[in-house]
Design a protein around this ligand. Structure first.
Ligand SMILES: O=C(O)CCC(=O)C(=O)O
Ligand SMILES: [Fe+2]
Length: 255
């Protein structure tokens, strides 16, 4: 009896949620009570995927939420070139202040970062096109690639890439293309020791390998976000770590 009432409540909520969802993006800040509802993943995963100018191998690490390990995303020369393009511009990494949405120096993220705008180098349009084809997200829904460099001890403590709907500071970011939906992290070098990308709630850990990548999805069509996608970059023990991250949004992203 108790259980039936619960189901009726959930269905009712789902109905309400669907009725407000018009087109692809629900109203900004639409509150999402209840558990995350799994949907068909956005990325069409196959063991060997056509990314336009090369084939990329994919291994599903987790189905719900979708986490995929990818190999051969960038060549050795491309990894080196992306580091060269961005290394002059590296700055101490920032995080969002959840009160006002401004960027503040982070203790959660001890790394240096730089944005790689599309016009920074002839390689960027090639890579952006390839990643869009691979993931199925329109290229314009992606932010510019973001380069990160961690030295020994550098880490990115477990966090979510989405903007919490309830935080005032998220609103300015949600206004630029809606919620983030998916993340692709490409490893630009092998890390001697440490530096794995970890998903503590999924029991997953991926060791950086040059040219390989990890991709994951965390927002559904009801505008809910999946807390199981908590992830972080564990501390580098020896060597250093270079990555580029691509964040995709529900709608075209306005820089
Ligand atoms: O360094 C990592 O492995 C994780 C990076 C990350 O979470 C991000 O760039 O959003
Ligand atoms: Fe992240």
């Amino acid at each position: 009896m108790q259980q039936q009432a619960q189901i009726a409540l959930d269905n009712n909520w789902l109905q309400q949620a669907r009725s407000v969802v018009t087109g692809r993006t629900p109203p900004p800040g639409f509150p999402q009570p209840g558990a995350y509802i799994d949907e068909e993943p956005h990325m069409r995963v196959a063991p060997s995927m056509d990314a336009g100018d090369r084939r990329i191998g994919a291994t599903v690490c987790c189905r719900q939420p979708l986490v995929v390990a990818l190999d051969n995303v960038l060549s050795v020369a491309e990894c080196e070139q992306l580091i060269r393009v961005g290394e002059q511009k590296l700055q101490r990494s920032m995080v969002l202040d959840m009160q006002d949405g401004s960027e503040v120096p982070s203790t959660v993220r001890t790394s240096r970062g730089a944005w790689l705008p599309e016009d920074a180098d002839a390689l960027l349009p090639i890579v952006n096109r390839r990643l869009a084809q691979l993931t199925g997200w329109p290229q314009e829904n992606g932010e510019d690639l973001h380069l990160l460099n961690y030295s020994v001890g550098g880490e990115y403590k477990p966090h979510h890439d989405y903007f919490p709907f309830t935080e005032a500071g998220s609103q300015v970011h949600l206004a630029r293309g809606g919620q983030r939906t998916a993340t692709l992290i490409v490893y630009l070098n092998d890390v001697e020791e440490g530096g794995a990308t970890v998903f503590p709630k999924l029991g997953l850990s991926l060791q950086p390998r040059r040219g390989h990548a990890v991709y994951f999805e965390y927002t559904n069509s009801l505008n809910q976000v999946n807390p199981l996608c908590l992830h972080g970059g564990s501390p580098v023990v020896s060597g250093e770590k270079w990555i580029v991250t691509k964040w995709y949004h529900q709608e075209p992203f306005e820089a």
